[in-house]
Design a protein around this ligand. Structure first.
Ligand SMILES: Nc1ncnc2c1ncn2[C@@H]1O[C@H](COP(=O)(O)OP(=O)(O)OP(=O)(O)O)[C@@H](O)[C@H]1O
Length: 278
């Protein structure tokens, strides 16, 4: 099959490639205050964060600490009220228009009246790709997430895990260098989640996308990430950034090793220290 996706090491030569010097994401003194009817909500306070090409960075923290808001700022779905942020050296608005990222939501968010392949095709239709190119990318996307043969099914005919894999294929259909994932496996049972974690790690190793991943789960963050950003609420800020230096080869039972447990311990300590318990 002709590959519609670039593999690790292969890069487009265009100027939008995240291989261009400099970080993929660079936030400096980023602030976002939501004005609400009662009191303003300081969702992000003084966020400094730099994410390089090919990193897998998880954002972890208690409910309301601003994880989703930070992801939405990167995606140009929310506007910061202070500080600066660039995506591939551009403003989030420019990066969105340059199709710099794919976004995977908490729920699979597939259109129920479209088949899986028509869901994957949606961004490709919007971008005006030819039917032949769409077909090539749909086939490659289904293959990438292990759903070959399921393209003609409707979302409701697939399990939750399969639906979430389809939404990953959709986010990757136009081969962005950056993948933004907001708790994509949060609603799935443990076994399915473990499996999809393994699959996502393989996909990342194969494509070397830059991934920003929101999760509540310490084991999930440690298993997947190269760095873990521990956030704390009210106001939402970065409490600590922890290196997760477990190497690229991570079978599931790595979770029982002392190295894994030590990193998990530090993440837990970071979460406790940043938590108000109110
Ligand atoms: N559009 C909005 N208007 C007002 N307040 C908002 C808005 N969006 C988010 N907030 C508030 O901003 C804070 C951060 O929300 P956010 O959804 O980013 O947190 P989170 O860490 O992703 O939480 P969760 O883990 O529960 O998804 C919360 O206090 C939330 O209520």
């Amino acid at each position: 099959m002709a590959l519609a996706f670039r593999q690790a090491g292969e890069r487009e030569s265009d100027a939008l490639s995240s291989e261009a010097e400099g970080p993929v994401i660079e936030a400096r003194g980023l602030n976002l205050v939501f004005e609400t009817a009662d009191a303003p909500v300081h969702a992000l306070k003084d966020i400094d964060l730099s994410i390089g090409a090919g990193e897998f960075v998880s954002l972890i923290g208690p409910s309301g600490c601003g994880k989703t808001t930070l992801l939405r700022v990167i995606a140009d779905l929310e506007q910061p009220t202070g500080g600066s942020i660039t995506v591939n050296g551009m403003s989030p608005d420019e990066a969105r228009q340059a199709r710099a990222y794919g976004y995977v939501f908490q729920a699979a968010a597939l259109y129920p009246w479209r088949t899986i392949e028509k869901n994957i095709a949606l961004p490709l239709e919007i971008f005006g790709l030819s039917k032949a190119e769409q077909d090539k990318r749909i086939a490659a996307g289904l293959d990438l997430v292990g759903l070959t043969g399921f393209g003609k099914k409707f979302p409701w005919q697939l399990s939750g895990g399969m639906q979430q894999r389809a939404s990953i294929a959709r986010a990757l259909s136009f081969d962005p260098d950056l993948l933004l994932m907001d708790e994509p496996f949060g609603a799935l049972d443990e076994i399915v989640r473990d499996h999809l974690n393994e699959e996502l790690l393989k996909l990342w190793a194969k494509t070397r996308k830059t991934v920003v991943f929101v999760t509540h789960s310490i084991p999930e963050a440690v298993f997947l990430s190269t760095r873990i950003v521990v956030m704390s609420p009210r106001p939402g800020r970065i409490h600590e950034i922890i290196d997760c230096d477990l190497g690229p080869d991570r079978p599931l039972d790595i979770r029982d090793t002392p190295e894994f447990l030590e990193i998990a311990h530090w993440v837990r300590e970071g979460l406790k220290a940043g938590h108000g318990y109110d």
